[in-house]
Design a protein around this ligand. Structure first.
Ligand code: XMP
Length: 326
């Protein structure tokens, strides 16, 4: 690939002033590149695609068409935030597709993690392609590629980033962030006025909660992952840990255990809590969450989440465990 090396003269974007300069330069470059043509963007709500959306909205306004696919594996409130911020507040052209049933039907009975990833990634591309074909007069495809995506390729798990569209779809690429590191993307996102909850959010895998609902995904366990994750995030935010812990989430395995509630035997799912710190996601240490907070989260999850009667904390660093369970 040509032109994929960050220019040595490029200064690191560490301040709002440098971010504004970058935004100005990219605005002019994008305007020159696309002229009066339309640009399509898969807007997942992740940091990178959100910052690309905000940048392109500033540069080309209504020539940008965003597609947000809700694959049913998003965290609680996440798709709603994408619609609120981009459509309602920033006035973007946004096509929202609720594809929950389509994804969950395809995933039904599939237990093998890499197979699940392939189905989610493949279905995502097919759906996006269907939308792109409907839109006809699109010439460009924008992507939230950042510099580490170019530098690294991870062989451990099949990471899915949108971009693998079929060859016959002749789009030229618009990749305004491709020479930026993550911290620079965040500075640019803030300078573009995106909310902190979007710009400083923790990493979230493309296959979403699908890799945290262990084994074959069922709707009841998926709901348990989503609801317990929302409680964990709420409690971490209240304790200020959302500012310091790199990644934290819940997992629901595909086995049940015995419990007791109101004098009656229960046979329900456990929820596993995981909170880790890392610099590069290659090695990770476990956050030493204060015991009282773990007890509070346990109490809330067992009371508020249907079908859950036990909470565990994962103490394993990476290696030998990976950060995600699948
Ligand atoms: P692991 O589990 O490999 O995760 O230790 C390292 C980091 O990568 C994220 N992750 C993914 N991100 N698609 C993604 O976009 C994926 O399939 C995927 N799997 C893991 C994980 O959340 C962690 O931040």
């Amino acid at each position: 690939m040509e032109n994929n090396k960050r220019p040595e003269s490029m200064e690191r974007i560490t301040t709002p002033a440098l971010a504004k300069e970058f935004i100005q330069t990219q605005t002019e470059l994008v305007q020159r590149q696309v002229g009066d043509k339309k640009v399509l963007l898969a807007l997942s709500g992740g940091v990178d695609s959100s910052v690309v959306a905000a940048l392109l909205l500033k540069a080309i306004g209504s020539q940008l068409v965003c597609v947000h696919v809700n694959h049913g594996l998003m965290r609680k409130g996440e798709s709603q935030q994408v619609v609120d911020v981009f459509q309602n507040q920033l006035g973007a052209n946004l096509i929202y597709i609720d594809a929950t049933d389509r994804f969950l039907d395809k995933l039904a009975g599939v237990a093998e993690p890499e197979q699940k990833r392939k189905i989610i990634g493949g279905e995502f591309i097919r759906l996006f392609e269907e939308e792109a074909r409907k839109l006809e007069d699109i010439d460009f495809l924008a992507q939230g590629t950042i510099y580490p995506d170019i530098l690294e390729s991870d062989g451990v798990k099949a990471h899915h980033n949108v971009g693998g569209l079929p060859e016959d779809m002749q789009f030229a690429l618009v990749e305004p962030l491709k020479f930026l590191f993550k911290d620079e993307v965040r500075v640019v996102g803030s300078a573009l006025g995106l909310p902190d909850s979007m710009v400083y959010r923790q990493p979230f895998p493309g296959p979403g909660l699908g890799v945290r609902c262990i084994g074959a995904i069922t709707r009841d366990r998926l709901e348990a992952v989503r609801e317990s994750d929302a409680i964990l995030r709420e409690e971490f935010a209240l304790a200020g840990l959302n500012q310091t812990v790199w990644q934290y989430f819940t997992v629901v395995p595909d086995f049940r255990s015995t419990g007791v509630k109101d004098g009656k035997r229960t046979f329900d799912w456990p929820v596993i809590l995981r909170a880790v710190n890392t610099i590069d996601a290659m090695n990770a240490t476990v956050e030493q969450v204060p015991w009282p907070l773990l007890l509070k989260i346990t109490d809330r999850i067992t009371k508020e989440v249907r079908g859950v009667n036990r909470v565990l904390y994962d103490l394993t660093p990476k290696p030998c465990a990976t950060i995600e369970w699948e």
